[in-house]
Design a protein around this ligand. Structure first.
Ligand SMILES: [Zn+2]
Length: 93
């Protein structure tokens, strides 16, 4: 039996700076059925809070479901020749 050896690479998980995080909220107030009003996707959480305040003021609804999404990238430690870097990130001699 042969054992395959994998080299352990201590990747860092970092937020992808090229993609903006997404925030949104949906009103889930209501006894029988949810209100369902949505803020839409925003890139600033303050805009979602502003939408919530406005919606609550107009409707007296107070319960929301909030979603947050972002992109994450696995980054290898500097100097490790993994061949995973995009071509333009390589150093040309
Ligand atoms: Zn509502």
């Amino acid at each position: 039996m042969t054992r395959r050896a994998f080299r352990y690479v201590p990747f860092s998980i970092v937020q992808d700076a090229t993609a903006e995080p997404e925030y949104e909220a949906r009103c889930v107030s209501g006894a029988d059925s949810e209100c369902g009003a949505e803020s839409g996707v925003r890139h600033d959480p303050a805009e979602v809070e502003e939408w919530q305040r406005k919606h609550t003021q107009e409707s007296r609804h107070v319960r929301y479901r909030r979603n947050f999404a972002d992109y994450a990238v696995m980054e290898a430690p500097a100097g490790l020749p993994l061949g995973l870097e995009p071509p333009d990130a390589r150093v040309h001699a």
